[in-house]
Design a protein around this ligand. Structure first.
Ligand SMILES: [Fe+2]
Ligand SMILES: [Fe+2]
Length: 400
């Protein structure tokens, strides 16, 4: 049950940039809840940190607040506060403490800080006030310089009557700076709450690239067991084609992994996604609803996993092809066509030339598809016909 402001007698404040919030922060809160037994612990992400410059390209304060909500979710007695986001200028703890004293007049405030912060506490804005009016809970690891710590604590006690409490806590070996680097290098899942990681990838915050292992896990839960072999084959084939033809193998892997994520959905479900993602179906798609999965798949992959435009387009055109295809788009089309589990008449003809002449392989694949559709008594898709014409013209140009 949520306590009213008047019931809060012991209030712990955990401020910081949380850029991003990680498992180490969550562990620290666990320790504080156990050792300090607060009525309420407020996590307060800052808007503009007073002591450091936020790395360029960092998420907005609102995004960091959202990540904090996800990181500390499910912890009893913990709330995320937007107090500092609602103020302009530098986020001084002093201002926050004044505001909290008004909101919680009966509460004893405790500032939760790390060892290094205590040692530089005299640099804080109005530090004397903070020492005189708040308890300072220092989360200190065993190996920290205990002498320096005790000396500083004693000095603050003597000089300002400060109440310093040392809480033993061994932090998880991680820092937000390291994590940002790992996120850019397709790592970081082991250091972040699952939902925090998901949100970071969804918005590609910090220039994050998804761990391919994680991306596979996500994609494979969205498709049938039968289709996994095809998708895995498509990824492998796309990566080798990319390496062979000088395309980015990781972009090829992302497109391969995600290209069929909506393939198993019913027509009705596809239409629902079209509505959600503002997709207007053309006549071919309405006649052949299986085409829709390329469009809904691309839209969903962008929504859930923040794929870059090049990957989006490769998924978008993997079924029909189109004129002026990029190298990555051709690679995904061909990989989908020839991946090792494919076994239909004509696949060998494309497989045989995919690593020697990509355009010729594409053209063969497109022609075979057109023929197959005509044999089935329907008209080929306009995008496929246009793609075919474009490649024929390209091949002719090459011959001249
Ligand atoms: Fe497909
Ligand atoms: Fe496929």
């Amino acid at each position: 049950m949520k306590k009213s402001e008047a019931d809060i007698k012991n209030l712990v404040i955990y401020g910081g940039s949380f850029n991003p919030p990680h498992l180490g922060h969550r562990e620290a809160v666990h320790t504080a809840l156990e050792e300090l037994q607060p009525d309420l612990l407020l996590v307060i992400p800052d808007c503009e940190p007073p002591h450091k410059q936020m790395e360029t390209g960092s998420p907005s304060p609102e995004e960091r607040l959202r990540l904090c909500e996800l990181n500390f979710a499910g912890l009893d007695g913990v709330q995320i506060s937007d107090l500092e986001l609602r103020r302009t200028g530098k986020s001084y703890s002093y201002d926050t403490v004044l505001q909290l004293q008004e909101i919680y007049p009966d509460a004893r405030l405790t500032l939760m800080i790390g060892t290094d912060m205590l040692l530089s506490f005299e640099e804080w804005y109005h530090f004397e006030y903070l020492l005189q009016h708040c308890t300072i809970a220092v989360l200190a690891r065993e190996l920290d310089d205990e002498d320096a710590l005790r000396q500083t604590a004693e000095q603050f006690q003597n000089q300002y009557g400060a109440d310093i409490c040392l809480v033993q806590h061994t932090p998880l070996p991680m820092s937000s700076t390291d994590i940002r680097g790992r996120l850019r290098a397709r790592g970081g899942t082991d250091l972040l709450q699952e939902d925090v990681y998901r949100e970071i990838i969804r918005k590609r915050l910090y220039g994050a690239q998804p761990e391919l292992r994680w991306l596979r896990e996500q994609a494979y839960t969205m498709i049938s067991a039968k289709r996994i072999a095809h998708v895995a084959g498509c990824e492998t084939e796309a990566v080798s084609l990319a390496m062979h033809w000088g395309e980015d193998p990781e972009a090829a892997a992302e497109a391969g992994i995600l290209h069929d994520i909506t393939k198993g959905l019913s027509y009705k479900e596809q239409l629902k996604l079209c509505e959600k993602y503002d997709i207007i179906c053309d006549t071919d798609e309405l006649k052949a609803p299986k085409l829709l999965h390329a469009r809904t798949g691309a839209a969903m992959a962008r929504d859930l996993f923040g794929i870059p435009d090049a990957v989006y387009e490769a998924i978008r055109w993997h079924t029909t092809g189109k004129p002026d295809m990029t190298l990555l788009e051709k690679i995904i089309y061909i990989a989908d066509y020839i991946e090792p589990t494919r076994d239909f008449p004509g696949v060998e003809a494309v497989r045989a030339i995919a690593y020697t002449d990509l355009d010729a392989a594409m053209l063969t694949g497109l022609r075979q598809t057109i023929e197959e559709i005509r044999e089935g008594g329907t008209e080929p898709y306009i995008d496929t016909l246009n793609a075919c014409q474009w490649l024929e013209a390209r091949m002719n140009e090459r011959r001249q």
